[in-house]
Write a protein that binds this ligand. Structure first.
Ligand code: ADP
Length: 370
């Protein structure tokens, strides 16, 4: 059987102080399921579990009760009553048949006044409690945040995959009909191929987003001018279909850069797709380049309406999307990740009456030695 003065709380007290605690402690018994005190009851004293188990819970919202902790022998509860004479902020319930010591507030305060050792022990106990509570709280907040991100992620992926899958399903049904003419079949094949490409692109985007830093960096030394010209020729036809023209306002500098060509291509593709989305009636994207303190600076300015103020602050954060029916909000966060993995920076320049201008830097490669 647990003895009151063997508890850490009282162990360091002088014998006469321990005797005084014993003298004020009263034993109280509770049946399984019985409330020891409820939220709103007067905070009239402190309890210590002698045997059994006690659950501390609180009402977060009407009909929503939350268990804060479960306490066993030797643990103290209702201790806030020592500090402040206010109603209980939680409910304590005996989970099994439970015996407690009860120290009434008034007597305990008299003891605390006489015994600095007891005051210190009680403070230490409360500080330990607060720290445990903080730790638990932080863990729960982090977990909830993680789950919320996973949930949002899953929702946006499911949503975005549904469309192309529907198209593939319907097209396959049509093309598979016994009397489908060859022209319809080849049209269907083309349509399905496009949708598969879209899904692949989306999956690549997700992989890119979930990859850890530095994973998959395949650095090669490239001449930036040559790399860029080839890339623009590759991306141009698709943009022209959307009536978006690409223009070079300055020559791309012929300097060596260390890049992962495939990942850097994604930055251009994402920025250009965004520009095309912002200009549904078509428009222009102007490229400008300069060299500055060992960096190549690349700028893409479009002739759209510019970035909406509602999103400007969160622009590069994952899931930040605005004004698009099927935006995942991943595009720019991926651009930032790729540029930062290359040792560069990316930002937005907004000027009144002009479109959005995205600017990023890439470090120039150090000259080859020898
Ligand atoms: P998504 O395109 O999936 O929404 P992004 O991270 O690529 O995600 O872009 C976030 C948001 O930034 C877009 O939803 C859009 O509101 C805004 N945005 C991005 N690029 C432009 C642009 N060139 N012009 C105007 N708004 C833009």
């Amino acid at each position: 059987m647990l003895a009151l003065d063997s508890l850490p709380l009282f162990r360091d007290l002088r014998p006469e102080e321990r005797a005084a605690v014993r003298a004020v402690a009263r034993e109280r018994q509770f049946e399984a399921g019985q409330d020891i005190f409820r939220e709103g009851d007067p905070g009239d004293g402190v309890y210590i579990v002698q045997a059994g188990q006690v659950e501390i819970s609180g009402q977060l919202a009407p009909g929503q009760r939350r268990v804060f902790s479960r306490l066993g022998p030797g643990e103290i509860f209702g201790e806030m009553a020592i500090l402040e004479h206010r109603p209980r902020s939680a409910t304590a319930t005996a989970l099994v048949a439970t015996t407690t010591w009860y120290l009434p507030r008034g007597e305990l305060l008299t003891l605390v006044e006489r015994s600095p050792g007891l005051a210190l022990s009680l403070l230490q106990e409360m500080s330990r409690r607060l720290r445990d509570f903080n730790r638990q709280y932080l863990k729960e907040v982090l977990q909830a945040e993680r789950l919320a991100v996973v949930g949002r992620f899953a929702r946006s992926i499911v949503h975005d995959l549904k469309n192309p899958l529907n198209v593939i399903g319907l097209t396959a049904d049509l093309a598979g009909m016994p009397d489908a003419p060859p022209a319809l079949r080849s049209q269907a094949r083309e349509r399905i191929r496009k949708q598969v490409e879209r899904i692949t692109e989306m999956l690549n985007e997700i992989l890119e987003f979930t990859q850890g830093p530095e994973v998959g960096m395949n650095l090669e030394t490239r001449d930036y001018a040559a790399y860029l010209r080839a890339l623009l020729e590759e991306l141009r036809p698709e943009l022209e279909l959307k009536s978006v023209r690409l223009e070079l306002a300055s020559e791309p500098p012929a300097v060596a850069v260390r890049v992962d060509p495939r990942r850097l291509r994604r930055v251009f593709a994402n920025l250009l797709h965004n520009a095309a989305d912002a200009m549904p009636e078509g428009g222009r994207v102007t490229f400008r380049f300069r060299r500055q303190s060992g960096q190549v600076v690349t700028e893409l300015e479009d002739t759209g309406p510019g970035v909406a103020p509602e999103i400007a602050e969160r622009l590069f954060e994952p899931f930040a999307t605005h004004g698009k029916a099927h935006g995942t909000g991943l595009g720019l966060s991926i651009c930032r990740k790729i540029i930062e993995d290359h040792g560069g920076r990316i930002w937005l320049r907004q000027s009144p009456g002009r479109g959005a201008a995205f600017i990023f830097t890439l470090p120039e490669a150090p000259p080859a030695s020898g």
